[in-house]
Ligand binder design. Structure first.
Ligand code: A2P
Length: 348
């Protein structure tokens, strides 16, 4: 099923469009950040062995499940294998050490399984296939519900195909208006591989601006993000939303799950407010999504149809009328404004 808040990763597994990225969140802050994110409505958390914060992330998930009355299956969790890079003096992982790595990640996270396990990068030509075989085995062992890759290009995926191995179910890559990768995205969609976007907020002046934070932002991007008349600032003003919300909506309208990270409470909420989604806990203690009334959602994988279209009665007066009456219209306001403003167009 593909709708306005999630898309299929496998016949029985959906991935929420809105994910909470945890790159650069220290382990000591990760539990609070992840707890806050789930309380704010995120149901998709992205971490990695490389981020060195899996213990904190797991703690935050546990706290949130308890405080929000959620089950493990309500939250989609991704982690990533650090494959090892010989060029950096590291020993590339083998099939065996790949399997060991997820087991170690699971014990840091204190989870029985992850929803998605990715190879973080295609570093080692010799070991890539061996590592992928490890992920295939981990999926068979039900330690990972789905498996995929990150930062892989077409040739890396073709290697897996040529070896007769199952294809990845997702490829997490840098995707934003400055890095659109149309050939790779078309290839992924044609091969049933879901593109997941990272660095969606790269145009913002605040993006990874803290001392010591890695930033791949070029001088041209810096200049463009500073311009008051940039397309995204103009769209944000026109739509009455923030530039971050336009950038996130750009990804989601193209059918890409996005992974904004923020440790600022206001920005955390703002980033979540780009969908027609209200995650408030219901009387039944379980987060649900409002059914679309009068609006259709984001079409995964069909960029030309990917916009949010107006259909029938479009007057959504608040979440009460959508979802059972006992909640605030939390993440509806800006998602609705954005859809009305941007309409069915994809922003190329
Ligand atoms: P902060 O955590 O202080 O909010 P990425 O997810 O690509 O790593 O980007 C995260 C970066 O973007 C962080 O520096 C984060 O800072 C900043 N950021 C996140 N959300 C917003 C927002 N809505 N407006 C401005 N900056 C944001």
């Amino acid at each position: 099923m593909t709708n306005e808040h999630e898309r299929n990763l496998a016949p029985d597994v959906t991935i929420p469009y809105l994910g909470f990225g945890t790159y650069l969140i220290p382990d000591s802050e990760a539990a609070d950040a992840v707890h806050a994110a789930i309380r704010a409505g995120y149901r998709h958390i992205d971490t990695a062995e490389f981020y060195q914060n899996e213990a904190g992330v797991g703690e935050g998930i546990r706290r949130a499940l308890q405080s929000e009355g959620l089950s493990r299956s309500d939250v989609f969790v991704t982690t990533k294998l650090w494959p090892g890079n010989a060029a950096w003096g590291q020993t590339p992982k083998t099939t065996e050490t790949t399997i060991q790595s997820l087991n170690e990640s699971l014990s840091r996270l204190r989870l029985d399984y992850v929803d998605l396990y990715l190879i973080h990068a295609p570093f080692d030509r010799q070991q890539r296939l061996a590592q992928w075989r490890g992920l295939v085995m981990l999926k068979e062992q039900k330690k990972a519900r789905t498996i995929g890759v990150s930062n892989f290009n077409i040739s890396h995926i073709e290697e897996l195909k040529a070896a007769g191995l199952p294809l990845p179910q997702a490829d997490q890559i840098e995707l934003h208006p400055w890095s659109q990768k149309p050939t790779l995205v078309r290839y992924l969609e044609e091969n049933g591989i879901v593109p997941i976007a990272y660095s969606s907020l790269v145009l913002l002046s605040t993006w990874r601006a803290a001392p010591g934070h890695d930033s791949a932002k070029s001088e041209a991007m810096r200049a463009d993000s500073a311009r008051e008349d940039s397309l995204f600032k103009r769209l944000a003003r026109k739509c009455g939303v923030s530039e971050a919300q336009v950038l996130l909506r750009w990804g989601i309208q193209k059918g890409y799950p996005v992974l904004p990270k923020s440790t600022n409470a206001e920005r955390l909420r703002q980033n979540a407010d780009v969908l027609f989604v209200s995650h408030r806990r219901r009387r039944h203690g379980h987060a649900r999504y409002p059914r679309s009334r009068g609006w259709s959602g984001v079409g995964g994988g069909r960029p030309h149809e990917g916009g949010v279209r107006r259909r029938g009665t479009a007057d959504c007066r608040g979440a009460g009328e959508w979802a059972g009456g006992d909640e605030e219209p939390r993440f509806v306001r800006h998602g609705r404004k954005l859809a009305a403003c941007i309409g069915t167009r994809t922003l190329d």
